[in-house]
Design a protein around this ligand. Structure first.
Ligand code: FES
Length: 274
């Protein structure tokens, strides 16, 4: 189970300082054809001789034959990964973990709220939903970063902005704007309160730094969202990915198997470290 797929880096995109996206294609065509995953799942990416690191699959399951991951260079393995170039071979184990129940959301409005580098886990669900656009009602994406330079997926943000069937709200922290910035200026929770999306028949999918989550939840509550309408995904607690090492455990809960996707009322039943 620890043997990775061999993946060739087809494309490298520099998203923001220290943040890159890799498009990875399976070296073995049969493996590419047999591979399936669902929105919300993650994998272990390896640089041979260096080790593994955990990221969500950032591409949509509706787009076959490849996967994408977006990562920030934070340590030895991610630095080695960031040093790889187009054409290089890396390893991938997965998909692991549970999934967003996107089929259950048919006929509902979707509200995505993301902060900083937490857009990649939601990008998978966003593209999944947009590729099946007729199934859902209003789609709103609220995305905030510290500064304009820190916004990831700038090309896709442009795409989403130009789509009449997507309401995109982007914001940067005060002081993070540039002279030509046309989005909002302010922290995600206050921009959320101002945008005031309706709670009725809406699912909110929230992912971001703890402080963003902490201050966004009361706003969602004020807007009328119940905990059962809110989903999130936990990251960066995994090592083996398959329920063996215990590294990801919160109480008796294995984030790598029981998660990483949690409905907010389920998340609140976990011990207080989350
Ligand atoms: S990551 Fe090893 S048990 Fe979950």
């Amino acid at each position: 189970m620890y043997i990775p797929y061999l993946m060739q880096i087809e494309k490298v995109t520099v998203e923001a300082p220290m943040i890159k996206t890799f498009k990875l294609k399976f070296v073995n065509e049969d493996e590419a054809n047999a591979f399936e995953f669902k929105a919300g799942q993650f994998g272990e990416y390896s640089v041979f001789g260096e080790g593994e690191c955990t990221f969500c699959i950032a591409s949509s399951p509706t787009r076959k034959g490849y996967i994408e991951c977006t990562f920030r260079e934070t340590g030895r393995v991610t630095a080695a990964l960031a040093g790889c170039e187009e054409g290089d071979i890396v390893g991938f184990r997965g998909p692991y973990g549970n999934t967003f129940p996107i089929d259950d959301w048919a006929g509902k409005n979707l509200l995505f709220i993301a902060g900083g580098i937490a857009l990649p886990p939601l990008r998978c669900v966003i593209w999944n939903a947009l590729d099946l656009r007729d199934k859902f009602k209003d789609v709103t994406i609220l995305y905030g970063a510290r500064s304009v330079a820190d916004l990831v997926y700038k090309n896709e943000l442009e795409d989403w902005k130009n789509r009449p069937d997507v309401n995109l709200i982007t914001t940067v922290d005060p002081g993070g704007e540039t002279p030509d910035w046309k989005g909002e200026i302010g922290f995600v929770p206050s921009v959320l309160e101002k945008a005031a999306p309706k709670a009725e028949n809406t699912i909110a999918i929230v992912c971001g730094p703890p402080v963003m989550i902490k201050f966004s939840m009361p706003v969602l509550e004020k807007l009328g969202f119940t905990n059962e309408q809110i989903f999130t995904t936990l990251e960066n607690r995994m090592k083996c990915g398959v329920g063996k090492c215990g590294h990801c455990m919160i109480g008796s809960n294995y984030v790598c198997k029981d998660g990483p996707v949690y409905r907010y009322d389920e998340l609140l039943t976990l011990p207080v470290e989350y």
